[in-house]
Design a protein around this ligand. Structure first.
Ligand SMILES: NC(=O)c1ccc[n+]([C@@H]2O[C@H](COP(=O)([O-])OP(=O)(O)OC[C@H]3O[C@@H](n4cnc5c(N)ncnc54)[C@H](O)[C@@H]3O)[C@@H](O)[C@H]2O)c1
Length: 281
């Protein structure tokens, strides 16, 4: 029986979703980027409901958090300033901010990957021992195995090399920069499965399918036929509230043995596409 069930065992058997909703984060301090909107905002709500205090980080003001800090993730100086301003001892860092595929390729790769890496590496020394880092990747990153050359090239560059990379890989038009940014987030998260193991700090990522947030229409338009496939096969698109508890789970002690993992709240689309690629139903 799950440990959460023991407490309630005398009354009745606890259902799994009740167990998840009891995973508390009492007393923890959690930093959340992208907290002004969509998934980041939903994560902030769930994390606060479970007892944590939240430092919301965004280029836009964030309501309903304990503290708001401004950052422009396109600007390395702004990221460094944020790292200086953030307190020590946070138990969680959620890298959720991201931009949609229609934005210029350099912006997509910078916000979705380079800033995430810079903030994370800058913050690790300030995080509490045992802290949990959660990165928002995407189902769009599922193809990392097929695109490993590009992913490795992206993961090897410095901030000022982004324009050259966009040119070299011909990423200027179309959604490829978005896919690549998310493939790289998944691989980078895996690469750091054990990097901070001596301090008990773990990093995982979450890869949702299509979620109803302000950037969804942009995805659907940019992805064309691939998006239509999801519309035809899914019962519904996801909501930020479908993703937020998954992030909260990874923050909690119950997820202590997840390291470098990629959790996929995607309404079944990942399984559907994987089986389809093998000609299976
Ligand atoms: N919506 C989806 O269908 C979907 C699916 C899979 C993954 N994701 C990922 O989830 C994450 C959250 O996206 P969302 O759907 O909630 O979108 P959203 O637009 O609602 O939220 C994105 C947040 O990031 C912030 N942000 C963007 N650029 C920034 C910058 N330069 N500096 C500081 N903050 C910046 C925005 O202000 C916004 O608050 C993103 O990483 C996105 O790629 C979204």
């Amino acid at each position: 029986m799950l440990p959460g069930c023991v407490k309630y065992g005398g009354r009745r058997r606890q259902r799994w979703y009740e167990y998840i909703s009891t995973m508390d984060l009492e007393g923890a301090s959690v930093i959340i980027t992208g907290a002004a909107s969509g998934i980041g905002s939903a994560v902030a709500s769930v994390v606060r409901e479970r007892g944590a205090s939240v430092i919301g980080v965004d280029r836009n003001p964030v309501d309903d958090v304990d503290e708001y800090l401004h950052v422009d993730l396109l600007d390395p100086a702004s990221v460094d300033e944020l790292i200086r301003a953030l307190p020590t001892g946070a138990a969680g860092l959620c890298n959720i901010a991201g931009v949609a595929p229609s934005r210029p390729a350099a912006e997509v790769l910078t916000v979705n990957l380079l800033a995430l890496q810079r903030l994370t590496l800058g913050m690790v020394p300030k995080l509490a021992d045992g802290a949990s880092i959660v990165n928002l990747a995407s189902m769009a990153g599922n193809g990392w195995r097929e695109n490993l050359d590009q992913v490795q090239e992206l993961l090897s560059i410095e901030w000022n090399g982004i324009d050259r990379l966009v040119e070299n890989l011909d990423l200027t038009d179309g959604p490829r920069s978005y896919f690549l940014s998310k493939e790289a987030v998944i691989v980078w998260t895996m690469q750091h499965r054990w990097t901070w193991r001596d301090r008990g700090i773990r990093m995982n990522c979450v890869s949702p399918g299509p979620i109803e947030t302000p950037i969804l229409p942009d995805f659907l338009e940019m992805l064309g036929e691939r998006a239509q496939e999801s519309v035809r096969n899914m019962d519904r698109h996801g909501k930020p509230e479908d993703v937020a508890p998954v992030v909260a789970f990874l923050l909690s002690d119950e997820a202590a043995w997840f390291r470098g993992a990629n959790l996929t709240p995607d309404g079944g689309m990942g399984s559907h596409l994987a089986l389809k690629s093998f000609g299976l139903q």
